[in-house]
Design a protein around this ligand. Sequence first.
Ligand code: A2P
Length: 290
Amino acid sequence: MESARSCYTLSNGVAIPCIGFGTYNAKGGDNLAINRTAIEAGYRYFDTASLYETERVLGQAIKESGIPRKEFFIVSKLWIDERGYQGAKEAFERSLDRLQTDYLDLYLIHWPRGMEGDTDWKETDLETWRAMEELCEAGRVRGIGLSNFLPHHADVILKNGKIKPVVDQLEVHPGYTQEAAVRYCEENGIRVQAWSPLGRSAMLENPILKCYAEKYGKSVAQICLRFLLQKGIIPLVKSSTLERMKQNQDIFDFEITAEDMSVLNNMPQNTWLGEHPDFAIPKKRSNFAQ
Ligand code: A2P
């Protein structure tokens, strides 16, 4: 990989940039300005979701940029209350409408299980997936995938679905590497994408990472992003400033040694930020962290 626009090839043959911009809960609140700035900073791969409520401003920023739609890679996700066959079809149309586009590059199931007390999650995931397969076959979306699916959730789709998921978006950063889930994805040809690749503020102050930042003459954020890049994981990085947006793409002029990668891979696994998909199922959209 030579720049943020360098691509991996997904299992269905679609090229995907090696770094994406995350649009969740951008600091400062002015999401339109943040998305405009991210385009100016050079990002073309944008990760959004109906939960984030950033689709509309992202669509506006893209339209206003005057840059052709096909130069962008746009990923969105359907939320818990949009699962099911009909729910997925309708959610997809709403996302396209908010994004002012007629196709998505990827569409993901955001969360494997439903509201509290959902005992039929496997059936619901399969019905959701069937709708997404149809959207894929109809050419409305270039690929379909998963988000926050652990191996036992993804297995339901892999064993029963017609189309294989091309990505799984998981929380991954130094201090929370999810080795088992990442290995499962690798074994099944599923590209991992990392949300909160900087582990938010907790990792930015981490003494081990600060030590490597000094050693390589880079920022802690750049160490986290380069670590993921070297693992073949796509970071979906967020920032609200042009300077940091640019800095976060400037990770192609150094290499972390195998020994240092081992240290980073084996840091204490104590900086989990998210919710457990099987145990902390939120009731409402507003209760939720990712
Ligand atoms: P800011 O918007 O002020 O840049 P994560 O993606 O892991 O959830 O982390 C997002 C947080 O990391 C945001 O608060 C963002 O703040 C901060 N951040 C993003 N890039 C950098 C960077 N290069 N250096 C320091 N902080 C950063």
